[in-house]
Ligand binder design. Structure first.
Ligand SMILES: Nc1ncnc2c1ncn2[C@@H]1O[C@H](COP(=O)(O)OP(=O)(O)OP(=O)(O)O)[C@@H](O)[C@H]1O
Ligand SMILES: [Mg+2]
Length: 227
């Protein structure tokens, strides 16, 4: 069966430092893959190269067999919509509310004024609200992102990826800012998507016990090498 997400020989250097060293990855639909590794090992670089938000020096990425590395411009943007990303630094738009951040992710590719002008379908809004409720932010839907606590911001970032309804979710330490109970609730939610919607999840974590509990497969990252 064609993997939903595959990477071959992905490499990225920053000056003399090889941050990603020939990483290969193959993830099936419905699979939850955890990536463990110390700080600086290259986990975020891997995630950024998988989406080509950082251009790798070398290597190939395939989504359901289609080469992402061969795409440019609008086609690349379209293909990227198959991948929901939870960024380690959240990457929220600070001055927008929680729901507008989620909508901006869902309507990716559309100009931001559509969100500001409330120019979107009621169905999109309903999906965004539902995603925020799933991460237990139903009380904070209209609150500005920069007034939310760190853990709440992290959950907005997760809701944004969920509301995108993509086939693949890359989550870069999505529970790093959460208390233990909330962390388990969020990983249960992401794991549930693999089972209910056949989403492929790749999730970097720092806690091996969480990886053991939720992942179908655990990969380790060490000095840029994935194994
Ligand atoms: N834009 C950049 N410029 C220079 N060096 C970078 C850049 N991005 C990452 N690096 C370096 O590449 C290496 C891998 O960084 P990366 O952020 O991928 O690690 P990580 O495994 O995600 O770490 P953490 O667990 O702390 O998030 C590090 O040594 C980092 O300093
Ligand atoms: Mg990182």
């Amino acid at each position: 069966m064609t993997p939903l997400l595959a990477a071959v020989d992905l490499s990225k250097s920053y000056g003399a430092r090889l941050a990603l060293d020939g990483a290969a990855l193959s993830v099936r639909a419905g699979e939850f893959v955890a990536v463990l590794g110390p700080s600086g090992a290259g986990k975020s670089t891997l995630f950024r190269c998988l989406t080509r938000l950082t251009e790798p020096d070398r290597g190939e990425v395939f989504i359901a067999g289609a080469p992402l590395h061969a795409l440019r411009g609008r086609k690349l943007a379209q293909a990227r919509r198959n991948i929901g990303v939870v960024f380690q630094q959240f990457n929220l738009i600070r001055r927008l509310s929680a729901i507008d951040n989620v909508l901006a992710g869902r309507l990716a590719g559309a100009p931001l004024w559509r969100v500001m002008a409330r120019s979107f379908a009621a169905a999109d809004e309903a999906i965004a609200i539902d995603a925020l409720r799933q991460v237990d932010l139903g009380e904070h839907i209209d609150q500005r992102a920069d007034t939310l606590s760190g853990g709440q911001q992290q959950r907005v970032a997760i809701a944004r990826a969920i509301a995108q309804q993509s086939r693949i979710i890359l989550a870069d330490e999505p529970v790093a800012s959460l208390d233990p109970d909330t962390a388990i609730a969020i990983l249960t939610l992401l794991h549930g998507l693999t089972r209910s919607s056949n989403v492929a999840v790749v999730c970097s974590l720092h806690q091996p016990q969480l990886a053991e509990r939720f992942a179908d497969r655990i990969l380790s990252m060490e000095a840029g090498r994935l194994s």
